[in-house]
Ligand binder design. Structure first.
Ligand SMILES: *Cc1c(COP(=O)(O)O)cnc(C)c1O
Length: 898
């Protein structure tokens, strides 16, 4: 009789992006309502879904009680048309975010005139930024109710922002609210609430189960504050106590609380604190001042003709540039560091403050803005933390800036290898075992003292995320003062996902820091030492998850991120984040490194955009990142489920991207059958590698395209841009700017291409089919081996031990080629090249040879060129190869002995 009602199944993607659940539920509600209109479903079915929806809606301010009650009444009275109309209006308002701008959206019967003349910015909301305040308070407490009403009534026209309260009554509801509701920017906790929720939101049960809190004492309010701050550190948390506020304030757990207020005080105090807290995050010291500067009438006598735009707007010939960019760009250009503009090289004013805010926002102790990209950030860090002759353990697949940084600083790179993904011509990440082995080998040779740092890319271009905490802990167990440089060029946004944050450099550093402070840590360490006994073998150490000595550890962590790659900064905007207990010792060095590498003319707009990117993430990063993850899951599942597209295209799951031995939890993939929430949690926490869901490897070889062809096809015919390709795949990334329309466009395009392939195959008969199959076969199976780092030539080794010489003096080799007589060329495809491989003398690269993208070297100066590298280069599919001129051939170092 009635259609099967679809029970909301809990899938992993919904947990990762809880904020998307709500819009889905409203869409389902509307669909169900329309079926109800046609009598295709029963009232009970509608009621059931509506109850679930209502349980979710208590966690949001809009549509609020009156509208939800109206819907409930219409449902009971079977006013089907009215119910569907109101559902439609509300779900549209949620999607289009009208309720943030138009107060009539909140009314049951909006004033017709308000609707028709579209007074977008009405009195009450005033076009000001809108947010919600979570109020956690005991149920049916008249004083709290009164306070909430007072808060609402305090809304004043002169406030910078508008907010609406969301009131919940339990610990569980409070947690669910901040998880599903990205509008929440502040939380006010009144003491005396319950732990358990009265209603059941089945979806959220899972999240709650995994809340690793032990409710072990009576101060529920403090525990709640702690849990909320862990999940979303950017929230301002207020505690309202009617006991002894000063006692709470002095509790060590209260450090995440912005202010403790006496609950019986005037709510005005709370209101003002809430606004002030958001204003603090909204404030962008550098950008605010730049706007102010641009308004001043200023005559310039400094060397920047373009400043104020006079040379542009008065010109007969270049005025179009001015018209294109607008006045403000030129008014905000300056080479002065006066007028409050501060100096990036030695900031003392608003740049300093902007950097301090960014440091806090990203969980670091210090932050440096860099206007020459992460390429420069990496060189700065390497220069600051190590000196010539120091050894740095580094992933050979690191971005070229690391290798050049070693050349510049005279550091000795000790190359460790990522696991290969031969079938897709790409590399994964470096197994921890390889890193530990490098340290233990160096120790055996008596060189551990010279090892300064471990330098890795997190996440990799293709999305491999390290277990940053485990890597650092185990390395620190071998050498307790190692410095870590995590190149998180792609991963800056991850701080704003509670799931990904523990795997960022700063997230892991914070967790290690708490572990170090925990008295049990010494006991854990000593127990392990006892088990390991005297002189454990290297094999034992490699096989053990090592615990460092908490008394010896110096926690020194650096992260670089291309703010422009994952947040709203202008291209080249980058940051260095520092959490280093010994930073005070190397700060002068760090400044020298900044002076060495920075331009003396940093771009004002770039600095401003980094400042603004921080503001955005602190105020809406949680929702934006959650959305980016949702988009990625949408793309993954649409391609997987689509009968036609999936015939020619696949997205690689975690199971394909990460070998099984690195997924100890047994996690398979986000979309795999039977992947429960707790498995994902275990995977994120424990597995050696995890896949960043927003980086999507789409295999196109099975559709007969190599990566470059497919990338060009998407760009030329469909206006879809992407960056990285491999022999048989392309990389799609979802970002904080993507919308569901982008997903729809992509899927439509893939469908069109799939249809074309099908039509072509049908028309071209047996012969065409065979050709297609051969092409696919070649792209998917005739793949070159991925060369590992071979070794440095003995001339560029220092004191080599018995291991292959993966560490060497890259700087000497680099400058050898400055004299042409030291060089020779051998054509890549020549007999000569094959002969040299067979008979010698060894060919030694003079250059850093870097296919771009992805931009990491397959040869470095001083490296002996192996047969596998030659084969790889011969099959390379990218056109741009830095350090290699096809017309001349491979540039080699001519060695004295030859
Ligand atoms: C892009 C990138 C860099 C360089 O960053 P820019 O901001 O482009 O200079 C460094 N490392 C990795 C891993 C990158 O992807």
């Amino acid at each position: 009789m009635s259609a099967q009602i679809t029970k909301p199944a809990v899938s992993l993607d919904q947990i990762f992006s809880l904020t998307a659940v709500r819009t889905d539920r409203w869409r389902e509600m509307l669909e169900l309502g329309r079926k109800w209109l046609k009598h295709e479903v029963s009232s009970e079915q509608v009621q059931e879904h509506f109850t679930q929806l209502s349980d979710l809606e208590i966690l949001h301010a809009y549509p609020g009680k009156p509208l939800m009650q109206a819907l409930a009444a219409q449902l009971v009275a079977e006013q089907r048309d009215a119910f569907v109309a109101l559902c439609g209006r509300i779900s549209f308002s949620i999607l289009a975010r009208y309720y943030k701008e138009e107060s009539h959206e909140w009314q049951l019967y909006p004033d017709a005139s308000a609707l028709s003349d579209g007074r977008a910015h009405d009195e009450a909301l005033g076009g000001r930024p809108y947010f919600e305040v979570l109020i956690v308070a005991p149920s049916a407490n008249s004083r709290v109710e009164r306070n909430v009403q007072l808060l609402r009534s305090m809304r004043r026209k002169e406030d910078d922002f508008v907010y609406e309260p969301v009131v919940v009554e339990s610990f569980q509801d409070a947690f669910c609210a901040i998880a599903v509701n990205p509008n929440i920017a502040a939380v006010a906790i009144f003491e005396g609430f319950d732990f358990s929720s009265k209603q059941k939101v089945p979806l959220l049960d899972h999240a709650i189960q995994e809340l690793s809190v032990h409710i072990d004492d009576d101060h529920l309010a403090l525990q709640l504050a702690d849990v909320l701050a862990n999940y979303r550190p950017e929230l301002d948390i207020y505690m309202l106590s009617d006991r002894h506020p000063e006692e709470i304030a002095s509790d060590s757990r209260a450090k995440c609380i912005r202010r403790v207020l006496y609950a019986v005080e005037e709510p005005m105090e709370l209101h003002l604190s809430i606004l002030e807290g958001v204003r603090q995050r909204y404030r962008t010291p550098f950008f605010d001042n730049l706007k102010h500067y641009a308004k001043q009438p200023i005559s310039t006598f400094h060397a920047l003709p373009i400043a104020r735009g006079k040379s542009v707007f008065k010109s007969d010939w270049i005025r179009d540039m001015g018209e294109f960019y607008g006045h403000n760009l030129f008014l905000a250009e300056s080479s002065a560091t006066t007028g409050g503009l501060d100096s990036l090289l030695e900031p003392t004013g608003n740049i300093k403050e902007a950097q301090e805010r960014a440091a806090k926002a990203f969980g670091a102790e210090h932050c440096y803005f860099v206007t020459n990209g992460t390429s420069t950030s990496n060189k700065m860090v390497l220069m600051a933390i190590a000196k010539p002759g120091d050894i740095v353990i580094v992933d050979r697949n690191c971005h070229k800036s690391h290798h050049y940084g070693m050349v510049l600083g005279g550091l000795l790179p000790y190359y460790v290898e990522a696991f290969p993904m031969k079938a897709y011509s790409m590399y994964g990440a470096v197994p921890l075992r390889a890193i530990k082995k490098a340290l233990l080998d160096l120790k055996a040779e008596g060189k551990l003292e010279r090892v300064r740092a471990v330098d890795l890319t997190n996440c990799t271009f293709d999305g491999h995320v390290y277990n940053t905490r485990r890597v650092m802990e185990e390395c620190l167990a071998i050498k307790p003062d190692l410095v870590f440089l995590w190149d998180e060029a792609w991963f800056g946004f991850a701080h704003w996902s509670p799931f990904l944050r523990p795997r960022t450099a700063m997230g892991a550093a914070a967790n290690i820091e708490s572990w170090l402070a925990d008295p049990n840590s010494i006991r854990d360490y000593e127990q392990q030492q006892e088990q390991l006994g005297e002189q454990p073998s290297a094999e034992t150490l490699l096989a053990t998850r090592l615990i460092p000595d908490p008394r010896a550890v110096r926690l020194r962590v650096y992260q670089t991120n291309s703010t422009h790659k994952s947040m709203s900064a202008i291209r080249q905007g980058s940051m260095v984040l520092v959490k280093d207990v010994d930073f005070y010792k190397i700060e002068p060095q760090f400044h020298e490194a900044v002076f060495t590498h920075s331009t003396t003319s940093p771009n004002q707009q770039l600095i401003a955009s980094i400042d603004v990117a921080r503001r955005q993430m602190e105020l809406e990063g949680y929702g934006l990142v959650s959305n980016a993850i949702q988009i990625a899951f949408d793309i993954r599942s649409q391609i997987k489920r689509h009968p036609l597209i999936s015939r020619f295209f696949t997205v690689l799951g975690a199971d394909e991207m990460i070998p099984e031995q690195f997924r100890e939890s047994g996690f398979v993939d986000f979309l795999a059958e039977g992947m429960h929430w707790n498995k994902a949690v275990a995977s994120i926490r424990d597995d050696e590698f995890f896949l960043d869901p927003t980086r999507i490897t789409l295999v196109c070889g099975t559709a007969g395209y190599d990566g470059t062809q497919f990338k060009n096809l998407l760009a030329s015919r469909f206006d879809i841009q992407l960056n990285k390709t491999s022999r048989n795949s392309v990389l799609l990334q979802s970002n904080i700017n993507n919308t569901r329309s982008d997903v729809a466009h992509l899927i439509r395009v893939l469908m069109e291409i799939s249809t074309e392939i099908e039509v072509h195959l049908a028309r071209s008969g047996e012969e065409g089919r065979l050709q297609f199959e051969q092409r696919v076969q070649s792209l998917m199976h005739d793949v070159p081996d991925l060369p590992n780092f071979s070794e440095f030539h003995p001339d560029f080794r220092t004191d080599v031990g018995n291991h292959a010489a993966v560490e060497g003096n890259i700087r000497d080799a680099f400058f050898r080629s400055w004299d042409q007589e030291n060089c020779e060329y051998v054509a890549l495809n020549s007999e000569e090249c094959d002969r040299r491989l067979r008979e010698g003398p060894a060919m030694v690269s003079a250059k850093m040879v870097i296919p771009y993208p992805p931009g990491f070297p397959i040869l470095v100066p001083g490296q002996i060129i192996g047969a596998d590298t030659i084969e790889f280069m011969r099959k390379l599919d990218v056109k741009e190869v830095h350090g290699y001129e096809a017309s001349k051939g491979l540039q080699l170092i001519r060695l004295a002995a030859q």
